[in-house]
Design a protein around this ligand. Structure first.
Ligand SMILES: Cc1ncc(COP(=O)(O)O)c(C=O)c1O
Length: 365
């Protein structure tokens, strides 16, 4: 009889947004719009489509371990040495690796805000690392004081998502560095910047320029959002040399596939796509916020490509009614926020349709 580790018995799989195909089938709909997983509203860059076609004959080859071509390019763009960059199978993989390399099972802990992105706690628990939760402030701003109070002699890692998921709340890099200065150097502070490119002023919010000056700061980034490569699974970390060195020693050698690497290299140069995406999101975010406020929803300031909101009626009713009309958004039950919903910024036509149906649901209009 196989025996599963007992601490895994109450695990349930990561709960992703619903898929378009599922909803089409369930409600017999021809068109479904997904505004649930914070993907790129413009889809895949046309240049990426071409580069995947071009390299498809090489699918039989292993990728080059360590992805040196992409690492070199990121190094030039971000102005950090190659040695400090690790490219992974989505940023999920680097989160997992950081936890496994630093925290000792059944002894150490990590500290996260509550609510926060679920992968931090899921991977920690999987590896026998306990998780300490620090409630966010009531307005979803960061409770740095609470985080300082929560750390103990077994704390190994603190995760901060900036801008935050699911609220979109964002602080300046200055605020994070001020917090970092109060943290002992044996505790790593990981700043997850999955959404930082959507900030009005990304330079002011990103901590990348501070990684080299600090022994215990890591920044993680993804190609899943601004760059539109969620399906290819590629992300990266900027880490102090010692940590990146050890992560490279234990990382599975070919976790980043060849198409993902070629696509990432291509899209980094696709300034038209990048700018168009950023403009679409920033404009759409403002539009959605204004229109939802007119419908008596409570909105939270967001610097990401999504908005968290509390509708004036039962959130689950709003979610279900939108589904019936073919719009998938994200209920936040899995974040412990039963009364809240999160909507990803879509294209202009998608945003308008979402508002149209939301209005129908809330005002019968
Ligand atoms: C805060 C945050 N970090 C990391 C990720 C994972 O990104 P990736 O697709 O690179 O694994 C997500 C995905 O939604 C996220 O919201």
């Amino acid at each position: 009889m196989l025996e599963i580790r007992k601490e895994l018995l109450d695990f349930s799989p990561y709960s992703p947004g619903l898929s378009i195909e599922e909803i089409k089938k369930k409600y017999n709909l021809a068109n479904v719009i997904k505004m649930a997983s914070n993907e790129n509203p413009l889809g895949t860059s046309p240049r990426v489509v071409e580069v995947i076609k071009k390299f498809s004959p090489y699918a039989f080859r292993y990728p080059q371990s360590g992805n040196p071509e992409l690492v070199g390019k990121l190094s030039d763009i971000l102005n950090v040495p190659d040695e400090c960059i690790v490219v992974t199978n989505g940023s999920d993989e680097i989160i997992d690796l950081i936890i496994r390399v630093l925290a000792v099972p059944y002894r150490d802990n990590i500290v996260v805000f509550d609510p926060s992105f679920s992968i931090y706690r899921m991977q920690a628990k999987f590896h026998g690392i306990s998780v300490k939760y620090v409630p966010l402030n009531k307005d979803f701003s960061f409770n740095f004081k609470g985080m300082l109070d929560a750390i103990d002699e077994n704390t190994k890692i603190i995760f901060i998502t900036n801008p935050d998921n699911p609220s979109g709340y964002c602080v300046s890099s200055e605020d994070i560095i001020e917090f970092l200065c109060k943290i002992p150097e044996n505790i790593l502070v990981v700043v997850d910047e999955a959404y930082v490119e959507f900030c009005d002023d990304p330079e002011n919010c990103s901590c990348i320029n501070h990684v080299l000056d600090n022994k215990n700061l890591v920044v993680i980034r993804t190609f899943s959002k601004l760059y539109g490569l969620a399906g290819l699974r590629i992300g990266y970390g900027i880490l102090p040399f010692k940590l990146s060195d050890y992560i490279k020693r234990v990382k599975l050698p070919f976790s980043v596939n060849l198409m993902a690497e070629k696509a990432a290299i291509e899209v980094l140069d696709d300034f038209t796509f990048i700018e168009h995406t950023r403009n679409t999101v920033i404009k759409g975010r403002k539009y959605l916020k204004e229109e939802m406020e007119k419908l008596d929803c409570t909105l939270y300031p967001s610097q990401a490509n999504f908005l968290m909101f509390k509708p004036p009626i039962d959130a689950n009713v709003v979610f279900e009614e939108l589904l019936k009309k073919g719009i998938i958004i994200r209920p936040l039950k899995s974040y412990g926020l039963d009364d809240y919903l999160r909507v990803s910024v879509g294209r202009e036509d998608e945003n308008k349709l979402f508002i149209h149906y939301l209005k129908q649901i809330l005002q019968g209009g």
